[in-house]
Ligand binder design. Structure first.
Ligand SMILES: Nc1ncnc2c1ncn2[C@@H]1O[C@H](COP(=O)(O)OP(=O)(O)OP(=O)(O)O)[C@@H](O)[C@H]1O
Ligand SMILES: [Mg+2]
Length: 464
């Protein structure tokens, strides 16, 4: 669809229309003037010849063919009405008298030469002057007085120019209120841009133009509903995360209390069996030792699982200490196959507690994904405060499938849910060299998963 700038288009159209109208009217005026002048010369030529003949009859003696003394005074009457030049020659082609009637000067913009070109050189009346019937005493040539005619035509054209000026003035009078009515559009566009950037609190201001006001009302109504819906969605997502954390806590507690206690009992039983075997049945000793070894391994695995389920010391020691512990644990368990680094900027510790679980979980999932999917050698985590936001970045140098759309699992989905619930943004981009970059931005004041769900330290640590 072609885009239209209403103000410019209005201004342009009326201006073009005014000029086109003026050019047409000038063309019609010039054409009419041309036809009139050509017709006048022929129509009035014979009348003028008769007037001159009457003057010759009264001003020169009878039988005298000489025209000297002829002054064309008889034409003074109609000379004011018709603008022409008359010249008389006698029988011997000697000029007797030549006079132009109409003394107006041709204006600069419409010179007499232009009028002559317009009317044509053939617009001339040639007639004979006789004294007695059948006796020719001279010849009369009448041509238009182009200078005077130009002045007359110019008077008409000047009126047209005034009318055109009036139309252009009208144009300005129309343009000004339209411009004033459309002035809020810049502001509206700016507010729409803010909303597109994620500021849902933006509303369109009241405006003078009824049509714009209606659009604004509908838009504001939709924005209200959108804000409401997104608020509800966030609450729901937050609740879901709450429930998930609660489940993890519950699972960790059950595993710790049930499985942990059982494993501890098995270990004690295995120790007793080993002692018994030493005294009474040495053949049983390897079996008792194997049970004790496997139980110890299960307790280690259980501890790892509990750590994944509940961040260690997040509430007591804060986010920084928990992330340091997480990264250190990953470095220990990778045995040098993958090096994890952590870079924490100043002020991160002051972040709202509500963010801590989410940030911890996002880092946890990203570290797992980097090793699991990318087989990365290095994973760098950086967390800094940027204005009112917390900026988390996790870079790995693993393989990243160019066609991967990061769907199909629960990890990235969960990261998105957490970030959405906190009103932040998350992007996963392939790095130019190799690997994946996870970028998260969260407002520091965001209220998300409640502290209630944050795991307590020592619980997991004391497991098994
Ligand atoms: N660091 C990474 N490098 C390469 N690919 C990745 C990385 N992180 C995620 N992906 C891709 O995104 C997909 C989705 O990841 P996600 O964490 O959601 O699921 P998952 O790890 O396969 O399963 P889950 O996390 O539910 O156990 C992965 O299957 C993988 O293709
Ligand atoms: Mg995953």
């Amino acid at each position: 669809m072609k885009r239209v700038d209403l103000k410019r288009s209005l201004l342009l159209r009326i201006t073009i229309f005014a000029f086109a109208l003026m050019l047409c009217a000038v063309a019609v005026t010039l054409n009419e003037a041309r036809n009139r002048i050509r017709a006048d010369i022929q129509r009035t030529g014979s009348t003028i010849a008769q007037l001159i003949e009457a003057e010759v009859a009264t001003s020169t003696p009878a039988f005298n063919r000489d025209l000297r003394g002829l002054e064309l005074t008889s034409l003074a009457g109609i000379g004011g009405l018709i603008h022409f030049c008359a010249s008389v020659e006698d029988l011997y082609v000697r000029p007797v008298v030549a006079r132009c009637f109409g003394d107006a000067q041709a204006p600069l913009l419409l010179p007499a030469s232009f009028m002559q070109w317009l009317v044509g050189r053939d617009a001339t009346y040639v007639g004979r002057i006789g004294k007695y019937p059948g006796i020719k005493v001279g010849e009369l040539v009448i041509t238009p007085n182009f200078g005077s005619e130009a002045a007359m035509v110019w008077a008409d054209i000047r009126n047209l120019l005034f009318i055109t000026g009036g139309v252009l003035l009208l144009n300005v009078l129309v343009y000004l209120p339209v411009r004033r009515a459309l002035r809020p559009t810049d502001d509206i566009l700016q507010r729409l841009g803010r909303m597109q950037a994620g500021d849902l609190a933006v509303r369109l201001p009241p405006v003078e133009l009824i049509e714009l006001q209606r659009i604004g009302d509908v838009f504001n109504h939709l924005a209200d509903r959108l804000e409401h819906t997104i608020g509800e969605q966030r609450q729901l997502a937050s609740r879901l995360l709450d429930v998930r954390e609660e489940e993890r806590r519950h699972l960790a507690r059950e595993l710790h209390d049930e499985l942990g206690q059982c494993l501890t009992s098995i270990q004690a039983e295995a120790a007793y069996a080993r002692e018994l075997a030493d005294d009474q049945l040495p053949a049983l000793r390897p079996c008792a030792e194997a049970i004790a070894r496997i139980t110890a391994h299960m307790m280690e695995v259980l501890q790892l699982i509990l750590r994944e389920l509940r961040p260690i010391g997040l509430e007591e020691f804060g986010l920084v200490a928990s992330l340091e512990e997480l990264v250190a644990a990953r470095n220990r368990s990778s045995h040098g196959r993958c090096v994890h680094t952590l870079d924490i900027g100043p002020g991160v510790g002051a972040a709202s507690d509500n963010l801590n679980v989410s940030i911890y979980r996002i880092v946890q999932e990203s570290l797992t994904n980097a090793v699991k999917h990318g087989d990365a050698d290095h994973v760098d985590v950086s967390l800094r405060v940027d204005g009112a936001d917390l900026q988390l970045r996790i870079d790995d140098d693993g393989r990243s499938d160019p066609d991967a759309d990061f769907s199909g699992g629960l990890g990235v989905l969960g990261m998105h849910e957490r970030v959405r619930a906190l009103g932040g943004s998350l992007t996963l981009t392939r790095r130019p060299e190799r690997g994946l970059r996870v970028d998260v931005r969260l407002p520091m004041h965001a209220a998300g998963v409640s502290r209630r769900t944050v795991a307590t330290a020592g619980f997991a640590g004391s497991a098994a």
